[in-house]
Design a protein around this ligand. Structure first.
Ligand code: FAD
Length: 415
């Protein structure tokens, strides 16, 4: 049985894990719902994919080179779910905005008893032993199995009747794979906001069927999840769901003329495998942002994972591009980028397009700070994202159909 410890945050280790997973990939469809210690039935690749230490395209290509499509269809479908959520949010950035506003508002103005119950549950004192076990695992390792995430989110929303956004915030701060799209939209899905009228209800019988039998030593509170007990909470949607066009960044690496700097950010840490691989940058730079407010932020475990992943990306970029590459700590990202660009006398800064989430939110300030000193910011999107994101206008199954057509025509995948 594999260890439940996260593997080190490097691209090399992600590939080791991916290759190791190939031997069980064909059992994935039948076994992925089992939530057992060590999680031997799933890939555990999500923290690496989150930061693109390995990309979705690389995973799909590797798995499909090793096995015929029908044998690994379920796994391929799950990786494509990730892409669907990312595309869905790219087309509806208002949903992320709404989530952020809800969290900020609820942290200061939710009723006292709500915040007290949130504190109890998130410190592993809910009184439902299996949910407390999940909290300990999440906080202790930064990982939870998908089924456990669904049970916990449903317990939070439909049994405890707590605001979904505060639960999503708890996950986002502790998951090593914390992803604005997958996390926000999965919580919304459990709450019944993604597919109107369809909620996900946690049921004792389902827990008993799929959770590790060894965990049944403590049945405390399980009766609260008896099948007839939990009913759907009515959750109001406050988000702006209107669909916009995919952000138009026609950026090409060639647009980076003169001395250019390569900015590595946390949404894509394998820049040397992208269309930017042929660039001849003057220098590469990644920035780790310090926090300026007192609100709870990412857990130390998550911060350490990201720091490790960024360090790995910078080391690889330095070796690939043969230029100075550094990781800098800063509390003011736009000013730090201007400093870097001016010190290295750059004409442009090039980067892979970030997704809806914290890096994207920082873009307008970065762009205008650079423009103010005459430096152009060039954003380049990977062909995989350009092709698939616009297909996420409707539900998943339409997306899946169209994604398969694209995937079949894209051999070898254009990463
Ligand atoms: C409430 C809730 C919150 C979630 N929050 C996140 C999050 O912050 N970040 C995140 O990456 N995933 C999130 N997920 C999706 C899913 O749980 C994880 O991607 C998966 O458990 C990661 O483990 P794995 O790598 O072993 O997955 P595997 O089962 O091995 O799947 C392989 C890859 O496919 C993708 N994938 C699998 N299942 C899903 C899914 N249901 N939705 C989207 N992509 C999927 C992931 O990239 C994963 O690495 C959430 C799900 C729920 C129900």
């Amino acid at each position: 049985m594999r260890s439940s410890e996260p593997f080190p945050p490097t691209r090399a280790e992600a590939w080791v894990r991916l290759r190791e997973f190939l031997s069980v990939a064909t059992h994935y469809g039948a076994q992925r719902n089992q939530v057992v210690a060590g999680h031997p039935h799933v890939s555990r690749l999500s923290p690496a994919v989150r930061y693109r230490l390995v990309s979705e395209a690389e995973i799909l290509e590797t798995v499909l080179a090793a096995h015929p499509f029908p044998a690994v269809e379920k796994f391929v479908q799950e990786v494509v779910w990730r892409t669907y959520w990312k595309g869905w949010l790219e087309l509806r950035p208002g949903v992320w905005q709404d989530y952020r506003e809800q969290v900020a508002r609820l942290r200061v103005s939710a009723p006292e008893n709500t915040l007290a119950r949130v504190a109890e549950i998130t410190s592993g004192r809910s009184g439902v032993a299996i949910m407390d076990r999940f909290v300990r695992e999440l906080v202790g390792t930064g990982y939870l199995h998908n089924h456990a995430r669904m049970w916990f989110a449903s317990f939070w929303i439909h049994s405890e009747r707590l605001p979904w956004a505060l639960g999503a915030d708890f996950f986002l701060r502790h998951l090593l794979d914390a992803d604005p799209a997958s996390n926000t939209l999965s919580w919304r899905w459990v709450a019944g906001l993604q597919t109107k009228g369809k909620t996900y209800l946690v049921r004792r019988s389902n827990l008993e069927k799929y959770a590790d039998p060894a965990w049944r030593d403590d049945l405390a509170g399980l009766d609260r999840l008896d099948d007839a007990h939990v009913s759907a909470a009515i959750v109001e949607d406050t988000a702006d769901l209107s669909i916009g066009p995919l952000n138009d960044w026609p950026g090409r690496p060639e647009a980076a003329t003169g001395r250019c700097g390569l900015w590595l950010h946390s949404d894509d840490l394998s820049v040397e495998t992208s269309r930017l691989a042929e660039l001849r940058p003057t220098s590469c730079r990644a920035f780790l942002s310090g926090r300026r407010d007192a609100s709870p932020g990412p857990s130390p475990l998550s911060e350490s994972y990201l720091r490790g992943a960024m360090h790995d990306a910078v080391t690889r970029a330095g070796a690939h591009f043969g230029c100075p590459a550094d990781l800098e700590h800063t509390e003011t990202l736009p000013a730090a980028m201007v400093d870097w660009a001016q010190r290295d006398r750059l004409n442009s800064v090039v980067t892979l397009a970030p997704f809806v989430g914290p890096v994207r939110e920082a873009l307008p300030a970065i762009r205008s700070a650079l423009l103010a000193v005459g430096i152009n910011l060039v954003l380049v999107r990977r062909p995989y994202d350009t092709a698939l994101f616009p297909l996420a206008r409707g539900g998943y199954f339409g997306f899946w159909e169209r994604a398969q057509v694209w995937l079949k025509g894209a051999e070898p995948f254009k990463v």
